[in-house]
Design a protein around this ligand. Structure first.
Ligand SMILES: [Mn+2]
Length: 429
């Protein structure tokens, strides 16, 4: 890992929160994500299971976390399972964690090797009444990792009379609330992303290619100890900005175009997520500024109402109404369009066709509620966008906000966002 050590207190606090939510006399078992084969003997770049990372900070493959807070054997109330160091493997792939190192990183004292865990697990299982197992309960994707299911099936077959519970239900509640320790790490990811944005604002000019901008961002990320991009970065100049997940990044940025950039660093396993749209030549045209300001008005409106207690579904409804108002102001939709609209596909949807934001954390689209009141400690992106086919233009403006008791903290504090700030920053001497 490239990031600086993280105090194990962060993970200890997370485990305490999970344990508090468990039923009495229950055991929870979490498994690492598998290594996925690519071609030949190559494998895809490894990303640890986010729940394992959240509970322990360990990102090494084959890791398990086992929590059994009522275990009569008090030394085994929390157990970290790692792969046994192997000298030959280390000659090829580098250092593997020793037990004391795993304890140092996670704060878990009892560390066992994965090849010897079955016998111990059997004893704990025989004493426990409830068993929490983990699957990827994502509304869009469902369980993607067959190993999750294989493990669930194996345990259920071996212990058919236990009562099974879903760890995902608890994780969705818990991981949605970010502790100040987690936000401190996220802030680092945000700061690196902020730096990269300042760098490319000075770099972008007519004739530059999108992939050259990607290279600048990557350079800034890695030199500042980011592990990688938190997601495939989007560098979309001109009309390509209307493709929400455009990642080809291989075209020329032309004079007079706007370029939409959506990128974020992953630092210490936490993600940042920034979108900015700037003029390739450093100056917005009158129309570009008009549309940009409409989008910024929606952004600022979101910030003013996204506070604890508002129901997320109500928030979305209010935001959509504001977007409708702004789109009318810049002449994209009319009163008649709204009057005649299909309620299932309202007029504003033609120009704003994605969600207003998402939870942010270890995953870019992090776990969390979608139709309940939002709570203090949640971390959201706010990212309205306006995409106009007729004008070959797309604009999105995104920052990351950590909810406080009465409002929110903008983690991208001080970053250029207004037309004037961007033009001033891009001005060459
Ligand atoms: Mn986002």
């Amino acid at each position: 890992m490239k990031y600086l050590p993280i105090d194990s207190g962060l993970f200890k606090k997370n485990r305490e929160r999970f344990v508090k939510a468990m039923k009495s006399n229950s055991i929870a078992i979490f498994n690492a994500s598998p290594v996925i084969a690519e071609n030949g003997d190559a494998v895809y770049s490894y990303k640890a299971n986010s729940n394992i990372t959240w509970l322990s900070g360990i990102t090494q493959e084959q890791t398990m976390v086992i929590l059994y807070p009522d275990n009569k054997d008090t030394s085994a109330r929390e157990v970290l399972v790692i792969q046994r160091p192997d000298e030959l493997l280390e000659k090829w792939n580098g250092h593997l964690l020793r037990k004391h190192e795993a304890t140092e990183l996670s704060g878990i004292k009892n560390v066992q090797y994965v090849d010897s865990i079955d016998a111990m697990l059997q004893v704990w299982m025989h004493h426990a009444e409830y068993v929490y197992l983990d699957t990827n309960e994502n509304d869009r994707r469902g369980t993607v990792l067959r190993t999750d299911l294989q493990f669930v099936n194996k345990i259920r077959e071996q212990y058919p009379l236990h009562k099974y519970e879903r760890a995902a239900v608890l994780m969705k509640e818990l991981r949605a609330i970010k502790t100040k320790e987690e936000v401190a790490i996220t802030q680092k990811a945000v700061d690196i992303t902020h730096q990269a944005f300042l760098r490319v604002m000075k770099f972008i000019r007519p004739g530059v290619f999108e992939h050259e901008i990607e290279a600048e961002i990557t350079h800034e990320f890695i030199r500042n100890r980011a592990t990688r991009h938190a997601y495939g970065c989007i560098l979309a100049s001109g009309d390509r900005a209307r493709v929400l997940h455009y990642v080809d990044n291989n075209q020329e940025c032309k004079d007079g175009e706007l370029i939409l950039m959506d990128f974020g660093a992953e630092y210490g396993n936490y993600c940042a997520d920034l979108s900015r749209t700037i003029p390739v030549n450093g100056k917005f045209s009158k129309r570009q500024a008009e549309v940009y300001n409409a989008c910024l008005n929606v952004h600022n409106y979101c910030v003013s109402i996204l506070k604890p207690k508002i129901n997320y579904a109500d928030y979305i409804e209010k935001v959509n109404a504001e977007m409708e108002k702004q789109l009318m102001k810049i002449g994209l939709i009319s009163k008649a369009d709204i009057k005649n609209q299909d309620p299932a596909n309202p007029a504003y949807r033609k120009y704003f066709y994605h969600g207003i934001g998402h939870h942010l954390g270890l995953d870019v689209h992090d776990l969390g509620i979608r139709n309940e009141p939002v709570k203090e400690g949640m971390l959201f992106t706010i990212e309205p966008g306006i995409y106009i086919e007729e004008e070959q233009m797309g604009i999105r403006i995104e920052n990351n906000y950590w909810l406080t008791k009465n409002g929110s903290v903008n983690l991208f504090k001080g970053i250029p966002i207004t037309v004037e700030e961007i033009e001033r920053y891009m001005k060459r001497k």
